[in-house]
Write a protein that binds this ligand. Structure first.
Ligand code: SF4
Ligand code: SF4
Length: 410
């Protein structure tokens, strides 16, 4: 008991120290999607930092309203990127959420995907079954959604991801390879991004890498961390360290920007295994100029996920890689809201905010009059594709790596 109290007070001191770095300048406010929507201090980074500090110092009780403002944060990290005082906002909000959860102040979400995400094969089987034409029609019918509403699962069913067709030509494994790299498959992405993983393999093998894909990888733990479940995140991380640590790879490559930060900063932070964002890796490869791409006379809208811009910091690499496709017109989105609203499983629990951010992102994408939308995170791809389908037919949403592999000359 004594140890538990001491541990809690140490965590509170850590939260206070992190919050103390904030000089309350407010420079982060215009970059925060929830502040831009609500226009209130309580929905801003500065407001959330003040709440976390007041809670840790026991000047404030964990009222439903305070918890809601903390919970409304998308963890997009736009505030951390622009902060001149280098406040570690990501660490602050994750620590605060975990502390509130451990002390029983914050309730666990009604719908927890945590257990399922640790078992990608089971998740894949369920997604395949749900995507059969008959079951999908029934699941997404009005009647079924009304029946599921009391259990809080109607939103998950409405936003069910579609499974991709794999249209990328496989390339031959190099003999001998230049190096061995591992490819992180993820949980939802292991099914929904199968086209991305096939495309990544094609490109990497064309650059003479041996690509290792350990099975039963599971989730990176981002969702668990986001929801303050540090124990679940630690269990998932242990599995990944053991799988990739024994695979003899020079680096683990990540094609979903939402998973990249968790893998780099938590799972492999103290490991000799290096984590690389796939676009940054391909762009920096000395042999990338040897790949030839077929021309594509199309205009694409390039959406940059918040995690790509604020955590992976590899948005420049994506644009440079796509510019290697002759005749391709790349249009960046004008004034998107900074986060599309997907934000892990945020879209399930905060439908109003998520839908407002998605609508703004799609407005911005459609204004480019592009023939397709390109985005590099699995969650954004699912959420934006579902939103686009409701507004207009025939605009595919794809990952940059898929577009590159499709245009690769054999
Ligand atoms: S988090 Fe940084 S940018 Fe935002 S108010 Fe505090 S010091 Fe200023
Ligand atoms: S992480 Fe994003 S949503 Fe959360 S406070 Fe910072 S800018 Fe706002």
């Amino acid at each position: 008991m004594q140890a538990k109290v001491k541990a809690a007070s140490t965590v509170q001191a850590h939260i206070t120290a992190l919050a103390g770095q904030c000089v309350k300048c407010g420079l982060c406010l215009p970059h925060c999607p929830t502040y831009r929507l609500a226009g209130t201090e309580a929905e801003s980074p500065r407001g959330r930092i003040a709440f976390a500090q007041a809670l840790a110092e026991r000047h404030l009780g964990a009222t439903p309203s305070v918890l809601e403002h903390l919970d409304n944060c998308l963890a997009c990290m736009a505030c951390e990127r622009v902060c001149p005082s280098q406040v570690k906002y990501g660490e602050l909000i994750a620590t605060t959420r975990a502390w509130l959860r451990d002390t029983g102040a914050a309730p666990r979400g009604a719908l927890s995907l945590g257990g399922l995400l640790a078992h990608p094969r089971l998740l894949g089987t369920l997604l395949r079954m749900a995507n059969l034409p008959g079951p999908r029609r029934i699941l997404q019918s009005r009647v079924m959604r009304a029946l599921l509403r009391p259990f809080g699962t109607d939103r998950a069913v409405a936003e069910l991801p579609r499974l991709p067709r794999i249209e990328v030509q496989p390339s031959r494994a190099p003999e001998p390879p230049r190096a061995r790299v591992g490819l992180f498959l993820g949980c939802v992405a292991a099914s929904v991004d199968r086209d991305v993983h096939a495309a990544a393999r094609t490109l990497l093998q064309a650059l003479d890498y041996a690509v290792v894909l350990p099975s039963a990888q599971g989730c990176c733990g981002a969702l668990a961390l986001h929801n303050g479940d540090a124990a679940q995140a630690a269990r998932l991380g242990e599995t990944l360290r053991s799988l990739f640590g024994g695979a003899g790879v020079d680096a683990v490559l990540v094609s979903a920007s939402g998973c990249f930060g968790t893998l780099r900063d938590h799972v492999f932070a103290d490991s000799p295994v290096r984590v690389r964002e796939i676009h940054e890796f391909l762009d920096a490869d000395a042999h990338i100029g040897t790949l030839k791409f077929r021309p594509l006379a199309e205009r694409i809208a390039l959406h940059t996920p918040c995690t790509q811009r604020n955590v992976a910091c590899a948005d420049g690499a994506i644009a440079r890689l796509l510019a290697r496709i002759p005749q391709l017109q790349i249009e960046a989105l004008h004034a998107p809201p900074g986060c599309c609203g997907a934000a892990g499983d945020y879209f399930l629990h905060h439908p109003e905010t998520a839908d407002a951010l998605r609508a703004q992102t799609l407005d911005s994408a459609l204004a480019t009059q592009a023939q397709s939308l390109v985005t590099s995170n699995v969650g954004c791809r699912i959420f934006l594709a579902n939103g686009l389908r409701e507004r207009t037919a025939g605009i595919p949403v794809m990952h940059p790596v898929v577009l590159l592999a499709r245009q690769l000359e054999n």
